[in-house]
Every structure is written in C-alpha cells, then in structure tokens.
Design a protein. Structure first.
Length: 186
C-alpha cells in the first residue's frame, strides 16, 4: 500500500459538503386539494433527451405522499433572494401549515401538471413520474420534465447550494470556456 495522504480525514457523513449535487430547489406538489412545498437538495440530472431528473424525497414527508399519489411535481429553482423561504420550508411540515401562505410564496397554475408553480422562483420544471422502482428502497424518484420555464435574466442566477450544518454556498463567478468544447457538446 502507498503512504497515506497528508490531507486530514473527512467524516463520512460530511462528504456531501464536497460533492453537493446542485442548487437547492423547492418541490411543489398537490393531490386531491392538498398542496405542499418542500426544500430539496438531493437531486441529479440523469438524461438530456428526454430530460430526466432523479431526486430523493423522504418517505416521512407529506411531499412524498403527495408525489407518490399524484405522480407529478414541479421542481422550482429559487435564488438567494428566497433564502429565508428555503430555510422555512425545509424546517416545517406541510401537514401542519400551508407553507405557501406562511412563507409568502405565490402558487400559480402549471401548464402540464396539477402541482403549482412558485411565482417567485427563477425557473420551473414540471415533472411526471416515469420510474418509481427505487422509491420503496431508497425514496428515489425519477422524473421526466414535460414543461420548463425560466426568467430571461439573469442568465446565470445566484443559486443556493447546501453544504450541511445550516451552511449554504452561493453559485460563484462564471468561467466561460465554450471555445474549448466541440460543437456537439454545447
């Protein structure tokens, strides 16, 4: 075996601080007159065409029940302007309060799903559940984006990235290296 690295070890439950998958999102859902919004950080792009997203929604949440029953949701992209709402939605239960009302979020009708959009968010991705084979074991849902809208500006919004323990990072400086990519990769 080789010599151990001079870098100090990282607790295994802290790995997410380094590999955080992307911006925090607000997932809105609805089923039979009940609606909810939850803060979510565990998501990933799985395919480009069709556009597939995967995410973990804990079975102990109201959102899990709503998306499982309805088979749809909206993944809304908040900016740093909504930091307090993101934290509030993540620290409360939709079974006890209406998070839209409590945190001043405006629910708007979506185009292709019954779950509401959150008007204050920068972008909205309407999703249909396409694969629930990993839900029972891992709470992992695979969604197809069936409609998408985003504000025209800013093109690169300031988004929140959760690193754990109540600490967020903000998407930083843009580094443009498009000239180094082949046209088919853009």
């Amino acid at each position: 075996m080789s010599e151990p690295s001079s870098k100090p070890p990282v607790p295994l439950d802290g790995v997410r601080r380094y590999l955080e998958p992307g911006p925090i999102v607000l997932v809105s859902s609805a089923w039979e007159g009940c609606r909810n919004v939850m803060t979510l950080g565990w998501h990933t792009v799985m395919a480009f065409s069709p556009s597939l997203l995967g995410c973990v929604i804990s079975s102990g949440t109201q959102s899990h029940e709503l998306v499982r029953r309805s088979g749809e949701c909206v993944i809304n992209l908040p900016t740093t302007a909504l930091t307090d709402q993101v934290i509030g939605c993540g620290n409360t239960s939709g079974a006890e309060i209406d998070k839209f009302t409590r945190f001043g979020l405006t629910a708007q009708p979506a185009e292709r799903v019954n779950a509401p959009l959150i008007a204050e968010c920068h972008a909205h991705f309407e999703c249909h559940l396409v694969d629930d084979s990993l839900v029972d074991r891992y709470d992992f849902f695979i969604w197809e984006v069936v409609a998408a809208r985003a504000a025209a500006t800013p093109y690169y919004p300031e988004t929140l990235h959760y690193t754990g323990n109540g600490v967020f990072m903000v998407a930083g400086e843009i580094i443009d290296r498009r000239e180094q990519f082949l046209p088919e990769m853009l």
